[in-house]
Design a protein around this ligand. Structure first.
Ligand code: TYM
Length: 327
């Protein structure tokens, strides 16, 4: 049994991109692996967050994990800041990371572009992410395509530590879905679907009402043709909708193209909205039940205790190897 770790930021409404790119694989992997899934609040504060909104979103993301099918008896579900070893190992790994390596991170470049002032936390963010993964010696990290570069840095840091202080860290592998690793925005297929996009029409939120989902899909940008054909360079918008369709229906791209041959975008979009609703409605019902029951606090407490037992051991080993005086 391998170890799996991943995290999602509580910074806005989770989207269908988060679900298809990451969460669905969390649910899949928990049956065969030892899993750690967390809400990464320490990462969320690398950009300003309103305290009340941060609290609400942290609880919401944790409840969405469970609503999506993560079984708290199988997986450890917790909040990053509840396990202190993350921040401490994060600092230690920051000291092993080069400025040049951080400057090359495309997520940093995107998030800092055009901003007058950028917090230092946003810059060192990838070292904390490396700590999240290495503190459990995770073998596999289920993520969407946009986290690939952070995973590469994590692997480099693990190698660097091992060569300086002796073989210790497992070198983690990314686990990225073949289709759906990069769900694009509904209004612009050159940008990824993102919860931080100010236009809510650009994404499907996991908690959107069916009526909102229908409206967003019917308004999704398409080209002026009418053919349902998967061709990301010539028809990026329609291709994005086809990948979403494939992911929510389990059909292959060829099956979808065949099913809508000669039918135009109207019927395709209508069915797509219904397929999305079929997947999200049961998840939403479970979500509201979980929020009402208050059970999430107990789940998060248990999850953090079990995670901390593992993480604290790693941190103690790391500190010993690096020459920290024992307490
Ligand atoms: P975050 O919160 O931005 O996104 C959570 C997960 O969702 C995936 N994702 C997508 N996948 C497909 N299409 C999209 N449009 C899309 N948008 C988001 C992301 O790739 C991610 O897997 N740095 C991470 C959080 C993190 C983490 C970690 C992940 C912190 N520590 C340790 C793995 C391991 C982030 O900001 O994800």
């Amino acid at each position: 049994m391998g170890k799996v770790l991943s995290g999602i930021q509580p910074s806005g409404q989770l989207t269908l991109g988060n679900y298809i790119g990451a969460m669905r694989n969390f649910v899949k992997l928990q049956h065969s692996e030892e899993c750690y899934f967390m809400v990464v609040d320490l990462h969320a504060i690398t950009v300003p967050q309103e305290p009340e909104a941060l609290r609400e979103q942290t609880e919401a993301v944790a409840a969405l994990f469970i609503a999506a099918g993560i079984d708290p008896d199988k997986s450890n579900v917790f909040v990053q800041s509840h396990v202190r070893a993350h921040a401490e190992l994060g600092w230690i790994l920051t000291t092993l990371t080069g400025m040049g390596e951080l400057e090359r991170m495309t997520q940093f470049k995107d998030k800092s572009a055009g901003k007058e002032s950028v917090g230092a936390g946003l810059f060192v963010y990838p070292a904390l992410m490396a700590a999240d993964i290495l503190v459990y010696n995770a073998d596999l990290v289920p993520v969407g395509d946009d986290q690939k570069q952070h995973l590469e840095l994590t692997r480099d840091l693990a190698h660097r530590f091992n060569s300086r202080f002796g073989e210790y860290f497992t070198i983690p592998e990314p686990y990225i879905p073949e289709v759906g690793a990069r769900i694009m925005s509904l209004d612009d297929a050159s940008k990824k679907m993102s919860k931080s996009n100010p236009n809510p029409g650009s994404y499907i939120a996991l908690l959107d009402d069916p009526s909102v989902i229908r409206k967003k899909i019917s308004r999704a940008t398409t080209d002026s043709g009418r053919e349902i054909k998967y061709d990301p360079s010539a028809k990026p918008e329609v291709s994005n909708l086809i990948s979403i369709y494939a992911q929510v229906s389990g059909m292959s791209i060829a099956e979808i193209e065949a099913a809508y041959e000669g039918q135009g975008y109207g019927p395709f979009k209508k069915d797509l909205a219904e397929r999305i609703i079929e997947v999200l409605e049961p998840l939403q019902n479970r979500y509201y039940e979980i929020r009402k029951s208050g059970e999430i606090y107990d789940i998060l407490k248990r999850g953090a205790e079990k995670a901390a037992a593992v993480a604290d051991r790693t941190l103690a080993d790391v500190k010993k190897r690096m020459g920290f005086l024992a307490t």
